[in-house]
Structure formats: structure tokens, C-alpha cells
Design a binder for this molecule. Sequence first.
Ligand code: C2E
Ligand code: CA
Ligand code: CA
Length: 276
Amino acid sequence: AKATGRNCYEFFTQNLQAEVITTKRIADEILAGLENDEFTAWYQPQFCARTMELTGVEALVRWNHPNQGVLTPDRFLKIADELNVVQMFDRIVLEKALQDKMRWAARGIVVPKVSVNVSSRRLNDETLFETLTTLAIVPGEISFELIESIFLDESDTVVSHNLERIKSLGIDIEIDDFGTGHTSIVSLLKLRPKRLKIDRQLVQPILESQQERALVRSIIEIAHSLDVDTVAEGVETFEHAAMLRELGCDLLQGYAFSKPRSFEDFCTMVQAAEWR
Ligand code: C2E
Ligand code: CA
Ligand code: CA
């Protein structure tokens, strides 16, 4: 038994070492990737639940890895956060999204709104505001998705000061992943976001569970009573879409309509209007 124990221990440390080495390698690759412009934005469409018109897109970071193809954030976001470079992705994605907005316009593709994810590091980064004030932003065309923990992390005054600055530039605020973590109605009241994104963990069970359905219905009602629009995330089937419409949800986003796509694939899809 003793020998096994030691083997286990050795196995464990070996694994741990391998993990440390992998993490270090990915960290180096991230830094090189930032130098080499390997990160970009992909787009997932959002639709009006009633008319099914395209209302906008969420821009999501992707890594064009030199030998592993296109990587999703689950492969690198955590390490990037430890490296303190997540705010770089937010900056890159916003930049690409603004460029792509112009390229859509040039191709006659109407994308009314682009939402980008903003980390707390980025929100507290003074260069964000330097960038924003140089942009000509049409009110309502750009939206920042913030997860609720941001509002809990920092002192109320810093956060609300930054949020007010963002709003005053014509950028909408959305609460992301609503229904996970420390969701509270109080933060809704305080923040007065434009939109609230109902997390897919709440959205997905609505067909099977009457209770979960009632919960989503209540969230939508509360949001509406505060004049806040609702977006359902992780809408994977048309049955979900129909139910969400019935529950009064305003916007829908999910694999039922489209996965996130590269700029070119997104253009092709819109021009072919594949989701109809
Ligand atoms: P999120 O902000 O909640 O983004 C939605 C995620 O759900 C995306 O994953 C999207 O591909 C996925 N998704 C969309 N529809 C469905 C569906 O119907 N079913 C399922 N199961 N999933 C769906 P992705 O692109 O891998 O991004 C993961 C997370 O990484 C994002 O979650 C966000 O928290 C973070 N992230 C992505 N891009 C950025 C960025 O530019 N900056 C920062 N700070 N975070 C980002
Ligand atoms: Ca988001
Ligand atoms: Ca989300």
C-alpha cells in the first residue's frame, strides 16, 4: 500500500509539473499572440423575439492560434486573467468590432448594435476612456456587457462613476449572465442597465420545469417594470425561442439561430439569411 501511495504521489507531482509547464507555455503563447495580432472578434447574432429581425451581435474573442486553429476563450481566458492581459482582449475586440461595423456598412449589411464584453480590469483602465472619447459613437450602437461581480468587486463610487461616464458617451450597459452568482434586484435598481442577459443556465430548463419557467417570467417582468430589456442567452431550440417569446423576452441569442462566426462567415450568413 505504501508503494502505491508513493507512486500516486509521484504521479500527482508529475501531473502537476506537466500542468505548470503547459500553463507557462500557453502564457508565453498568449503574449506572443498579442504581439502578432492573433486575437480577433467573432460575432453571434441577436434577434427580436417578436419579429425575428436581426437587432445586433455579441462580439466574442477568438484566438487564431498559429498551429491549433481557432481557439475559444475557455482555452486561454483564465490564464490571460492571471497574466493580467484580459483587458487587452477587451480592447482588441472593441477595436475589431468598430472596424467591422464599417465593413458591414460598406457591404450594405445592417447590424444595428454591437455588444462587447468588458472585464473589471478594463472598466478600471483609464486608457479605456481615452479611447472612447476619441470615437464618434452613435447612441445605442455600442453596448458593454458587464458581469455582476464587477459591481461587487469595486467600491460603489468608482464603479458608478465609470458607468456614468460610459453611459454619457452613448454606450449602453448590459448585465451579463444574470441569474448566476450574486444576482440581486438591488443592483438592477442601482445600475439601471439598458438590458439584462438571462444566463443560459436559467433559460435551458424552461421547457421541462414549470418552476424555472416561472422564474424566467418573473425576471422578465421585473426587468420590464424597471424599463430594462431582456436578452435570453443559450437559446438552443426553436421551442425555447417560442416559449421565451410567450414569456415576454425581448431578444434571443443562441445556437438555434447561429453559433458565433468569423466576420466573413457572419456576412455570408446574413446575406443568405440562413436563419429564416
Ligand atoms: P458569455 O459572455 O456569456 O458569452 C456567451 C457564450 O455562450 C459564448 O461562448 C457563446 O459561444 C456561447 N453560446 C452562445 N449560444 C449558445 C448556446 O445556444 N448554447 C451554449 N451552450 N452556448 C452558447 P464563448 O465565445 O466561448 O465565450 C465564453 C465566455 O468568455 C463569454 O461568456 C465571456 O464571459 C468570455 N469572453 C468572450 N469574449 C470575451 C472578451 O472579448 N472579453 C472578455 N473579458 N470576456 C470574453
Ligand atoms: Ca457576454
Ligand atoms: Ca453571458
